[in-house]
Design a protein around this ligand. Structure first.
Ligand SMILES: *Cc1c(COP(=O)(O)O)cnc(C)c1O
Length: 353
């Protein structure tokens, strides 16, 4: 067939999402979904919204953005909703990157950034994290000079660690471009950068409902930042980008902060337990501020660990590569899931293995 594609599309490989296996009875710890159900009010809210599917949704998701603005101390025009935070990322790449406008992001980090950059034909400046502890390089500001967009994933994925807030403040004050904090996991952490989106007009913070709010199935995300930046992002978004069911689910979820708090406490407790148990098996575990652990098995062979677990119906995530290949990324699941995971790992690395 004739090649109809733009050369940039021909040259790129699409983003490969984490596997969503069809097998029953599988323990799924590979894409950082929440092991607990969404807030109890979500089901009824979605059922009610389902009565009106004939009608288009609110193109600006106004009530949802109002609720979020009030919750986090923003004005209404400082919040914009997306079809998952991946959709927010798409708006951001469309707005701020092209052949001349480079994006800087961390390495290792969320690999979707590079795919979105390829669509825009935008050069990517990868900032290598320190290989010992995945901290930021001292000279980050020098390295990102000339970029128009800087993405800091905080807490980072797949490593799970965070970066000092004071350093984030300095970056926002001194970087001459847009700073995006991808805060997909911030609810599991000790702090966040929402205050920086209020203080600096070049700073955006994105959030997702997929992890802490247990709503990966509906696709919903938010971005907070100055009205100037959001007015521009609004121009490039799909017109009805957040469907009626997602808006209803998001409102109900945000309104139950007590449920969120309990969920977070449970996951943080399990994260601590799992981290300790992995260390006892000889794993090296990166201190995590997220709902997953990046852990390196005793033989430092991430692929072998991944395959062994897979053969025993436990799916985790493995990222090939010189640095990441020594690790597996394990989502913090239920107590039962963690028990099974540890039993399987005991067969491979335990004293009687
Ligand atoms: C999960 C994740 C997202 C995507 O969230 P969705 O709202 O499900 O699209 C964005 N960034 C990071 C770092 C993530 O881990």
């Amino acid at each position: 067939m004739k090649d109809y594609f733009r050369p940039a599309i021909g040259a790129m490989s699409g983003y490969v999402p984490g596997e969503q296996p069809k097998m029953a009875n599988l323990i799924k710890l590979n894409t950082n979904e929440n092991p607990y159900p969404p807030a109890p009010g979500v089901k009824d809210a979605v059922a009610l919204a389902a009565g009106n599917l004939r009608l288009y949704p609110d193109p600006q998701a106004d009530e949802l953005c109002q609720v979020a603005a009030r919750l986090w101390g923003f004005r209404r025009n400082e919040v914009l909703a997306g079809n998952g935070s991946d959709d927010i990322l798409t708006m951001i790449f469309r707005s701020f990157t092209d052949k001349e406008r480079k994006v800087a992001c961390l390495s290792p980090s969320y690999s979707l950034y590079k795919t979105l950059a390829a669509m825009q034909e935008a050069p990517v400046m990868e900032i290598a994290l320190n290989p010992e502890d995945f901290s930021l390089p001292e000279n980050l500001l020098q390295q990102v000079k000339g970029a128009n967009l800087l993405i800091i994933t905080r807490p980072n994925a797949p490593t799970g660690n965070s970066f000092p807030h004071s350093v984030m403040h300095e970056i926002c004050a001194r970087f001459d471009g847009v700073v995006l904090f991808d805060e997909a996991y911030a609810d599991f952490a000790d702090d966040n950068c929402l205050d920086l989106a209020k203080e600096f007009d070049n700073v955006l913070v994105s959030r997702t409902f997929s992890k802490s709010y247990s709503l990966a199935g509906v696709r919903l995300g938010l971005v907070m930042g100055s009205a100037e930046l959001l007015t521009g992002l609004n121009k490039v978004k799909d017109s009805y980008n957040v469907d009626r069911l997602a808006q209803a689910a998001g409102i109900a979820a945000l309104k139950d902060q007590e449920y969120l708090r309990k969920n977070i406490v449970a996951i943080r407790r399990s994260r601590e337990f799992l981290g300790g148990a992995l260390k006892e098996l000889g794993f090296e575990v990166v201190p995590s501020c997220a709902n997953f652990l990046f852990a390196s098995p005793p033989d430092r062979d991430g692929e072998r660990c991944f395959k062994f677990l897979r053969d025993h119906a436990v799916v985790v995530r493995y990222f090939p590569g010189e640095i990441t290949g020594r690790f597996v990324r394990i989502t913090v699941g239920t107590t039962q899931e963690i028990t099974t995971l540890l039993e399987v790992l005991g067969k491979l690395y335990g004293k009687n293995a």
